[in-house]
Design a protein around this ligand. Sequence first.
Ligand code: BGC
Length: 845
Amino acid sequence: MLRITDAAIQPFEQKHTNLVRRLAPEGVIMLKRDGRLPFSEPSKIAVYGSGARKTIRGGTGSGEVNVRHFVTIEEGLEKAGFVITSKDWLDAYDQVRAEARTSFIEEVKEVARKTGTNPALVGMGRTMTEPEYDIPLCGEGSKAIYVVARNSGEGADRKIEPGDMYLSETEIRDILAANEKYENFVLVLNVGGMVDLSQVKDVKNIMLLGQLGTPTGDVLADLLLGKSYPSGKLAMTWASLEKYPSTREFGGLDDTFYKEGIYVGYRYFDTFNVMPDYPFGFGLGYTDFKIEIGEFAANEKDITVDVAVTNCGHHVGKEVVQVYVSKPEGVLDQPFQELISFAKTKELKPEETQVLQLCFPTTLMASYDISQASYVLEKGEYIIRVGNCSDDTTVCGILVMDGEAVISKVKNICPEWGFDDLRGCRTIKSEKFENMPRIYIHSDKVESNEVSYNTNETIPDIDDAVRWDEVISGLRTLDEFVGSLSLEELIYLCLGYFEEDNEAASIVGNACVSIAGAAGETTRRLREKQLPSMTMADGPAGIRVSEQYKIVGGKPKGLTSSISDLTEFFDEETLKHMAEMELPPTPEELVAKTHYIFCVAIPIGTTVAQTWSMDVAEQFGDIVGSEMQMFGINFWLAPAMNIQRSPICGRNFEYFSEDPLISGRIGGAITKGVQKHEGCAATLKHFVCNNQETNRFSSNSAVSERALREIYLKGFEICVKESQPHAIMSAYNLVNKEHICNRKELITDVLRSEWKFKGIVMTDWFATQTYVTDQSGRKNKYPVAYASGCIKAGNDLCMPGGKTDFEDILNALQEQNHPYHLSIGDIQRCAKRILQKIQCLGGSV
Ligand code: BGC
């Protein structure tokens, strides 16, 4: 573990920041362009909007990365030589914003007072709605940008009101006025998710910049000056909120019904002929491309399409080729089309051509048939389409299945969701297929398998003591070590390390003893046996730890709070109380050296997915992996893989896409990048259906077995199979009335038996300990998850762990009538999996 005592910028920071600056434009998208970008040189520019000076580098909560410094848009433009002519506007806006922020904090405190709730909990994830104001657009010159910024984070969903999901009246007025006033105008979106642009979509240029971590402002300057170019594509459909089928019932406190079934995102818009503002897969750069379809080949195993892409514009650029399939409708209704493969070109100069070969497994087109508890390819025609967005595809060939093929026989896992899913009424638009190449496939030749579900392994008890170093040196086996452990030791292994006098270390994960400000670690109670503990730190936009710490009493002590934002919501009395509780520095602390961990913030998950590039995603993972290795972090609590079911979800910025193929493949690439570093592991989260923040600890996602498997599990499945992550974090919520961490069908049957996942499963933080009420103090309908239920389900680790977890597990062993009655074997199996990870990843003693 590297301990840096020099406050100066380290070479790794510079290197990683430069790499982020170079890669980030691949996730930036022009939603509209007039052909005047890029500018030939830096000049005078008027800069307006909330994100100009108060730029957002990533969201709030555990997803926030504490950085040394990040480049705002104002700073980035000035560094690049632009002269900002609207400083008066920016100063006036600062004042308006400061006043609005004071009232916002007061409102949060007031809610907390009224409901008797901790203000940090009420404030968590809540972000201020953009205020309304009237400041003259004073900047001179012919160029202007207007930067709309939006922030959000764990604990709250976005607000369906002007200033959040919608543009405020001020924003609409000023964007339209600036578009008129300046010859060159760009609306820049410094957002983590969708904003309804319907009122301004005709302005000259719209750039979805996103939130790009440490070099955000530099990246924009590079893009404006043509030192780089945008080449991203949307990974989520953008449309007015009322058009999404999920909007009406979004955010139920107790239950949220996923009635749209498999019709999520473009699967809905394309099937039901609803026009979005910007379709899935859409994105312009500075140039244009021509896509020509070449050879189409298919057999029982693979489908291959050759596509020639030519840059027919005047700037360099990269294009993304997307392949979709329209499946035949038999017993199962089907969406108009589903993404089945994609590839990005290299950088193409004007007139340059590249031929891409896209190849994907035939079985990837299977659907889930609940009546047979199987993934099947139904009989009929599979129409393969190629294009550069879901709204612009051309048929390239047809695969004809002569009968039904059962690809995989499994079992139904999550019954009783209690409603009928929306059914598609697909109209294949009047397309002519006569001259299309047709390839016939024999259903009985398609590979098929039947899953056998895990039977429990038993580990014999042994009487003599075994030390961990004996296991590492090969003298004793892992089973012998497990068999030698006392019941207490076994239970402690299945709980994170908690100090009894400091159980609720923090609201946002901050329960790690070995690394200041990190989220948690595995137990340190078996140190006598030389057993190391493994550390965990949050992501996904980099690594979240305290930037400065001292070693006091042998332990790192953070000098900066990792929840600094939340303390804003405390009243003076609480702050005074906190200050009083803070012990004065000891003589040892006063003289101890300060250490520095300045990690680099990478772009948010959504931007990474918008690159549609596994190569880029892997490089981002590589940045994180190398910093983890340097600072002794074993588990990165990322990538975050939930489906962007609704644009309202407050954590969408951490997530990748509304589509499971992109989520799975991008997540897989990041995982590979992280895990190529020795001792470093990715933790896919939040498994599964954690698609809203409203009452996230206790909300039940009611979802059909088919939608669960085809949409919500699919991304995790692809990622697990492609990259074998070392860990998965189960989500807080319930699926069909049971907490996921207590659901054996998901944690053991699906993850381990069906997907052959070899890692550990940990809970989300405090999932088993608190939250009998929601944020307003109302009693929740569903009970809190059980720690014993976790062990029974095969959820190996309860994080960050606590005394009540310990007691519950012990009770479950002793009481026959306990809802999750346990045997010692249940605990040994979980403990063994954790030990297997320590064996492979190491850790610190
Ligand atoms: C979040 C997780 C995070 C954990 C540890 C939870 O509140 O939901 O995403 O990894 O805290 O900080």
